[in-house]
Design a protein around this ligand. Structure first.
Ligand code: XIL
Length: 383
């Protein structure tokens, strides 16, 4: 079985070389490891290749790694021009009690981004998950509106003028809940405020931060199958209804938690989302891309990485086909930290195997997916 580094050498010698002149010596042989490293930074970085096409590229940032891991900070600064907090702008982190805020980690991330000239996406104002323990007892039908508005005013207001975009509402559609419009009735926000919580959140967000692009973000809307097709249709109908009602809405976030093995494709799904958003004058962001590799049979790491990279290539080829998608962010940068390895929820078929869903391996070496991303940026039209 090949090690990751051996595989990288081989890949650089066969497939990736054409797109990476910097990796070749004058006779076409792969250079030493130190110049390999050189070739993925600076002009070879994800952000340089993305920027050449007017694209933003980034990743979700884990606050602990940002605080404690210098290698991680270096990787972020080297590779990305936009970041999104993995967790530290969610209610359960920002709101230790009903009447206090803790901005420590969120402020650190925004400051880090400012220092390195990166943009920041906010994630998120309203979600049915990541609510603090006190929420269920303190928030009720009588005061939910005040909690929602105060939260968005306080958090949105704090970072006004510093944010590229905000995921204002996350995952509001859930078909199994059975409503004709697809709204997630099991969300506490829906239960306390009814469907109007969505418009309220967007209007409050616009007032709190007039310059951030206000985004609706959702998942399992990408694949060409009935289930995701229904959800996709409901999401697009929601966005159309919001636009008709003059709700301030600027972008659709396609989370893009995709799978290495699937009987369904995603070309039609992705293009329906993009065309639907385009018809409404919305920008589109790929907000949380990763490739779940649990269903890959082989344990050969190099083989798995290759399959994952191929899925990246196919997906980004579809997503970057037109010019609507303006930003591509992965959910994490390195396999050292991916939510897919928390517990075994996403490792049902191979519980003893850690997943490798991201463009950098646990040692921060570029994985084949890194080269697939760069190649897709190179192939994209200029935005
Ligand atoms: C995940 C984080 O990665 C985990 O660390 C956390 O425990 C749960 O949330 N969709 C989203 C993200 O919008 O906020 C989720 O992030 C992943 C799925």
């Amino acid at each position: 079985m090949l090690t990751r580094r051996e595989w990288m050498r081989q890949a650089a010698g066969v497939t990736a070389v054409a797109a990476m002149p910097g990796l070749l010596g004058s006779k076409g042989h792969a250079k030493t490891p130190s110049s390999d490293d050189q070739a993925i930074s600076g002009a070879g970085s994800l952000k340089a290749h993305a920027a050449a096409r007017g694209l933003l590229t980034g990743c979700a940032v884990n606050a602990n790694l940002l605080r404690e891991d210098e290698g991680f900070r270096k990787l972020l600064a080297e590779q990305y021009n936009i970041v999104v907090p993995e967790n530290c702008m969610k209610w359960n982190i920002l709101r230790p009690t009903a009447d206090t805020y803790n901005f420590t980690d969120a402020d650190s991330l925004v400051a880090f981004a400012e220092t390195h000239g990166m943009k920041v996406r906010g994630h998120n104002f309203v979600w049915h998950e990541a609510l603090p323990g006190w929420f269920a007892t303190a928030v009720n039908k009588g005061n939910a509106q005040k909690f929602l508005v105060d939260h968005i005013r306080t958090v949105g207001g704090r970072y006004t003028g510093k944010m590229h975009s905000w995921d204002v509402v996350n995952e509001a559609i859930w078909i199994p809940d059975g409503r004709p419009d697809g709204m997630r009735t099991s969300s506490p926000w829906f239960q306390m405020l009814g469907p109007g919580y969505i418009d309220l959140a967007f209007r409050t967000a616009r007032a709190a931060d007039p310059t951030a692009l206000l985004t609706y973000n959702d998942y399992s809307i990408e694949y060409d199958n009935d289930e995701e097709g229904k959800k996709r249709t409901a999401v697009l109908a929601l966005l159309r209804r919001m636009k008709a009602d003059k709700v301030p809405l600027d972008a659709l976030g396609i989370q893009s938690h995709i799978h290495s093995v699937s009987k369904d494709g995603f070309s039609r799904g992705v293009s329906e989302l993009i065309e639907g958003a385009k018809a409404l004058g919305l920008q589109v962001f790929v907000t949380e891309l990763d490739v779940n590799d649990d269903a890959i049979d082989t344990d050969d790491m190099a083989e798995r990485d290759k399959i994952v990279a191929e899925v990246y290539r196919n997906y980004l080829t579809a997503a970057l086909n037109g010019t609507e998608v303006k930003a591509v962010l992965t959910w994490g940068a390195s396999d050292k930290n991916t939510w897919l390895n928390h517990g075994t929820k996403f490792r049902k078929q191979h519980p003893d195997r850690t997943q490798r869903p991201l463009p950098f391996d646990p040692e921060y070496a570029p994985a084949p997916a890194f080269f697939a991303m760069r190649e897709c940026f190179d192939n994209a039209k200029k935005r």
